[in-house]
Design a protein around this ligand. Sequence first.
Ligand SMILES: *Cc1c(COP(=O)(O)O)cnc(C)c1O
Length: 398
Amino acid sequence: MNLVQSRHRPAARGIAGLSEAVVDLSAVRDNVRTFRRLVPQDVMAVVKADAFGHGAVPVARAAIEAGATWLGVARADEALQLRAGGLTTPILTWLYDAAELMLLGDVDVDVSVSTIAELQRVASIPSVHCVHLKLDTGLHRAGSAPDQWIELTRAAAHYEALGAVTVRGIWSHLSHGDSADAVHSMRQLQLLRTGVSLARRAGLRPSVVHLANSAGAITLDAPDCDLVRIGAGLYGIDETGIGLRPAMRLMSKLAQVRRIHAGEGVSYGHDHIAPRDTTVALVPLGYADGIPRVAAGQASVLCRGVRMPVIGRIAMDQLVVDTGDLAVEPGEPVTIFGDGSHGEPTARDWAGWAGTIPHEIYCGIGSRVPRRYEAVSDGPAPSRAGAGPSDTAWEGNR
Ligand SMILES: *Cc1c(COP(=O)(O)O)cnc(C)c1O
């Protein structure tokens, strides 16, 4: 094949096509069901940041199939993406600007409101918005300061009486949600309870009160809350040991294999010098794909059932593993991380090597890595003529 021809080949089968993030939607469904079994509240599936890198629309659909009744996203554009993807479930977004409010109202997305200025902005939009008033109970990020809460709830009751807004929810966010120490969380729950009763006194009748994230849902007993906002837990980040299943596995294939001699250096700067003759193999994933560069020297991957150390610096597009004396071949599958059940590292292992949390590993998997979905639906097989049983779907490069 000459150069001109190869330049016109579809890019999807190039080296980058050797890698994929496989998302098992049955794990997402199982994780939602685990929370539904363990906590009395309804589940808001938090699919911000493209569902922690897993793909917002497919994950949202799976979560709803398993019984989630709300979707939560940080940003307005994420909420619009869910509506564009055909999701009709109630959605709450907590970061938006004035220009986005009109669009959110048009597609019936609830917005968080922390201040009177925000409330006035929302009320000035003709399409009636459902709002969730946010009380700062200790995180000191967004939310109404407690000493402004009475004024905010009175103003909200005023606008509600005018038909300009509907106060559907009252909420707050935990500062120590992932910690076993429940003292902060209990204090925050007490403050939220006070906030709710003050809101009622102002005439508001919110239908949902919510506070806890994934870990807080398990560690904090809050029978007066209606929803728990489950992010990490959806993806199998199991902070409280309740048997969640990691949903994503990051796969690649060896792009090249070669022998090197003792004393030869590998990758930029020769940080690694081969202590003996060995075989090295190229994996076509690098820090642009979310492989943390700082994990070099500690990380390993699984190939042929064997852990192979990542050697030398992790580059933008590729990394090198030492295969020892195993006679591996180009094209052999490599698991970068998975649920650990076959001896592969987990996202939590990578987080440990990189000094971070699994959330950041998942969110960091770059847009060059295509997502492929397994177990797309639990539901009845599609009845459309010619639509075969499909348990795999490509979302393509995003
Ligand atoms: C991300 C987020 C959540 C989900 O938290 P997890 O610990 O991932 O379950 C819930 N609420 C808010 C406001 C968030 O930003």
